[in-house]
Design a protein around this ligand. Structure first.
Ligand SMILES: Cc1ncc(COP(=O)(O)O)c(C=O)c1O
Length: 398
């Protein structure tokens, strides 16, 4: 038998050979400018879209909470970990999400695991968009339900999957439609009204992950469902505080019945320590900022339009999506990493996203904007990128 350390080294070497090896790069903080490898870079790689991660008001809210209530909840939620501040925040989150009830978990990943594993079980059918986030896929597998994926945003194929009444000779008990609202590596959006219609027709449950839409889209920043005018019609919404809200925490919202079910049956909720008072305070202050300063999301939308137009002028096929995530699909992992390194040499930090995060052959530069970027920042990035026509890159396939 080959000793296990040699096996692990061999596996890492194989990743290296395919340009898929990952490394933990060290940064000084989250911000518009970050220091990495001793150099200051303009940051186009994070998810802190509203520039709240280092906002002094969030820091002050956390400092106050720590002084008043300490740093930890002390237990899991069903033991003594449910604090008054959790309950107050959950009420506020439910209102923000246009839902009856909400539940706070330590992270968005756990929130997806909790929602799907508590609601689905063997004998059920889960239909996932092919580009759904890994946490939705992992949760679906863990639930034991039959998982079927449909091609990205292909509602005809989804309708056919939902028409099924049995799987391997056994009747399907419950059906689920599971989708990202904003697709994290593509920056495009689900058609939630159409998904609601399919849900109504099929009797399925509709679960929407609003991780990259919460705080950004919709008149009040409630998310894509708010923007597409179906906020009250989503059965279960999962959100995270780790993107536009600038900190950490997962949120499930829906009917009181759904939330009660999760509190009783969701192992990722029951068997972990409650979100800390620090998280609660940070989320509370972020909700204040989102409510009081709609200009942040308006500004971000303007910057995203500027970037999309600038890239279009340089020959990139960039879709007109209402999000601050702009992918430039390069294709091969090696060339993508090389382009990201060239940008870094020019003082610009852009993520090179490779398999397994995206499909083989669709490695990409994932540009993400923050509301404190300037028009000059966007211009600098656009000009630093090679024009599509001269270097023969493909834009995102659409
Ligand atoms: C679509 C989506 N869902 C869920 C998550 C998980 O959220 P969190 O980082 O809060 O665990 C992420 C990001 O990591 C995401 O992009």
């Amino acid at each position: 038998m080959i000793p296990w350390p040699d096996q692990l080294r061999d596996q890492l070497q194989q990743r290296n050979d395919r340009h898929l090896r990952r490394h933990l790069h060290v940064h000084d903080r989250s911000g518009r400018r970050v220091r990495r490898n001793g150099r200051e870079l303009l940051n186009f790689a994070g998810n802190d879209y509203l520039a709240l991660a280092d906002d002094p008001r969030l820091a002050e809210s956390v400092a106050h909470a720590v002084r008043e209530r300490g740093v930890g909840a002390g237990a899991s939620r069903l033991i003594t970990g449910t604090l008054e501040s959790h309950v107050a925040l959950e009420r506020r989150l439910a209102a923000f999400k246009h839902a009856e009830s909400a539940l706070l978990l330590p992270t968005g990943y756990l929130a997806n695991l909790a929602a799907i594993t508590a609601l689905a079980e063997p004998g059920d059918l889960i239909c996932c968009d092919k580009l759904n986030h890994a946490s939705l896929i992992d949760a679906s597998r863990l639930s034991g339900a039959t998982l079927r994926t449909y091609p990205h945003r292909d509602l005809d194929k989804l309708a056919r999957l939902l028409d099924q009444t049995e799987h391997r000779g056994k009747p399907i008990r419950r059906k689920f439609i599971v989708t990202d609202a904003v697709f994290s590596m593509d920056g495009d959006c689900a058609d939630l009204p159409a998904l609601c219609a399919l849900r109504d027709r099929s009797g399925a449950m509709l679960i929407v992950d609003e991780a990259h839409a919460t705080g950004l889209l919709g008149k009040q920043g409630g998310g894509l469902a708010e923007m597409q005018d179906v906020a009250g019609r989503i059965d279960v919404t999962v959100s995270t505080a780790s993107k536009a809200l600038g900190s950490l925490g997962g949120i499930v919202s829906g009917s009181a019945l759904v939330i009660d079910t999760l509190a009783n049956a969701a192992r990722p909720f029951i068997y972990t320590t409650a979100a800390s008072p620090m998280q609660v305070a940070a989320i509370d202050a972020a909700l204040d900022a989102i409510h009081d300063e709609p200009d942040r999301r308006v500004r971000l939308g303007e910057l995203a339009s500027q970037l999309r137009a600038g890239l279009g002028e340089r020959g990139w096929a960039v879709a007109d999506d209402p999000t601050p995530i702009v992918p430039l699909v390069i294709g091969e992992a090696e060339r993508t990493v090389q382009l990201a390194a060239e940008l870094e040499a020019a003082g610009l930090l852009v993520a090179a996203v490779r398999p397994p995060t995206v499909a083989p052959g669709s490695s990409r530069l994932r540009i993400s904007l923050r509301c404190d970027h300037t028009e000059e920042d966007i211009q600098r990035l656009t000009e630093a990128l090679p024009a599509f026509t001269t270097e023969g890159h493909r834009g995102p396939p659409r």
